[in-house]
Design a protein. Structure first.
Length: 478
């Protein structure tokens, strides 16, 4: 049990948004995760004392219901609201923060942006970040430019397009989640079926070099109290086999014959009936060199993709020990069963235990709640620009660091472009403006393994070392 809760000025009013307007699959996953979160904090005095939970569920088709809990009967019987009615109701409540539990494209982007419009700060990543990381081609181009190793690849726009990447390669829908539509293609004979499957889910498909199986490792980053990505949680390894060298959708979520999540089993990984290739271990053994490579790549990617609060990355490690970022998946419902929660509880840091980390994330989000717009502001696209520079003038450390970084980046970009002609480059045909480096007359510079051609390394600032502070004297509920 949790010890008695400490004194709090008032409860924070938290809105949990779950469901999906576009997909029964993602709607079921979303509500399931949100229910697991509730089960995890049930009976916790610290949670009850510090937070007041409210729920909004977006149903397939787009209608809403705003409820007191997530029981199936409650959702079924709740009045169904239009967008306008739901927005009016949400705006009237003045929530302190929002925990997003939606996993579809609209949930990652439009519904998070709606919370921004209602001036309800979000736990975790912004809609702009989510739009970027969900587009695999864009995310890999940006991460590669920051020095994060990725597999060479290209973006396909038609099922009839012939890939330039040599066999074997992997096809992935560009904007899709949970390994839907993914295939390993060994030969030309396998290509038509794999292309058809990938293009079922998106109009653009990423084709990238297959990285031979060494290991597949998940790394999670948690920002410290200064907002720096200094905390690397114990890693999780997925125990793939030569016969099954790649995780697919059904390796993650168990489904029925209709393709919808099987509520009786749900998680496919580590289920009691799971085969060897659906097992994982955390913490997984890492030597110092590999741990350093993974941590460095994850921190660089976190900064480059502008993640906030936390981030989660899947990496492939080839037989030679080189690492390659597969994807960024910075979402967490903060259930006991959530991947990041499990990784955090493998530490001995009080502030990373459950539900202390969850409480910290909600309080950090609430602290970002914006004040009413300043009607006196004359210039600037962002209302916070003026406040940031005023804070920097007064000596605010965080704002001053941010201002200095912007100035430094602008300085570098200016002089790079002044001395070198811009060149349009791509991760798979996706235009990205980058400087063309001058090369010696002797010939082209050899490209580094795992980095898209012509992307220069970037310096995103030094890494701080301060650890997260403890949420409370007690950290664990049971």
């Amino acid at each position: 049990m949790c010890p008695p809760a400490g004194t709090v000025d008032r409860k924070l009013k938290i809105i949990h948004v779950a469901g999906s307007p576009v997909s029964k699959y993602y709607s079921m996953i979303s509500v399931h995760y949100a229910r697991q979160m509730l089960e995890g904090v049930a009976g916790c005095e610290l949670t009850r004392a510090g937070f007041e939970f409210h729920f909004a569920v977006v149903l397939p088709g787009g209608s809403w219901c705003i409820t007191r809990d997530l029981d199936e009967a409650t959702i079924e019987s709740a009045p169904k609201l239009t967008h306008g009615q739901a927005i009016s109701e949400l705006a009237s409540q003045d929530y302190d923060a929002c925990v997003p539990h939606m996993f579809c494209w609209a949930g990652y982007t439009a519904y998070r942006a709606l919370m921004d419009l209602l001036r309800v700060p979000i736990v975790g990543n912004s809609p702009e970040c989510m739009a970027l990381i969900t587009d695999k081609a864009q995310a890999k181009a940006v991460a590669s430019a920051a020095g994060v190793p990725v597999a060479e690849g290209e973006l396909l726009s038609s099922p009839s397009q012939v890939p330039n990447v040599p066999y074997p390669f992997v096809l992935k829908p560009c904007c899709e989640d949970n390994s839907m539509g993914i295939s390993k293609v060994e030969s030309e004979a396998e290509l038509p079926a794999a292309m058809a499957e990938a293009f079922r889910f998106d109009s653009s498909v990423v084709c990238e070099r297959f990285i031979p199986l060494g290991r597949e490792i998940r790394v999670a980053i948690v920002e410290d109290e200064r907002g720096e990505p200094t905390i690397v949680l114990p890693a999780t390894e997925y125990l793939l086999t030569p016969e099954h060298p790649m995780r697919v959708s059904t390796d993650k979520i168990s489904v029925t014959d209709s393709g919808l999540p099987d509520a009786s089993k749900f998680f496919a990984t580590n289920h009691e009936e799971a085969p060897a290739y659906r097992r994982s271990i955390c913490p997984c053994p890492l030597d110092e060199a590999l741990a350093a490579k993974l941590g460095d790549a994850a921190r660089k990617a976190h900064r480059a993709l502008r993640c906030r609060d936390f981030s989660i990355f899947d990496f492939r490690v080839d037989p030679e020990g080189e690492v390659y970022m597969l994807e960024c998946q910075p979402v967490c419902s903060f259930a006991r069963q959530s991947a990041m929660t499990g990784m955090a509880t493998k530490t001995d840091v009080p502030g990373l235990q459950y539900p202390a980390l969850y409480h910290t994330m909600m309080r950090r989000a609430a602290a970002r709640k914006p004040k009413p717009c300043d009607a006196a502001q004359v210039l600037g696209m962002k209302e916070r620009v003026r406040a940031a520079f005023e804070s920097a003038r007064r000596g605010g450390l965080a704002a001053r660091r941010a201002t200095e970084r912007v100035a430094l980046c602008a300085h570098r970009v200016f002089f790079r472009f002044l001395g070198r002609a811009p060149q349009r480059v791509a991760f798979g045909g996706l235009p990205f403006l980058a400087p063309q480096r001058r090369r010696p007359a002797a010939g082209p510079r050899p490209s580094r393994p795992g980095r898209a051609a012509n992307f220069p390394p970037a310096d995103f600032g030094r890494v701080a070392t301060q650890s997260i502070s403890s949420d409370a004297a007690s950290t664990r509920c049971s």
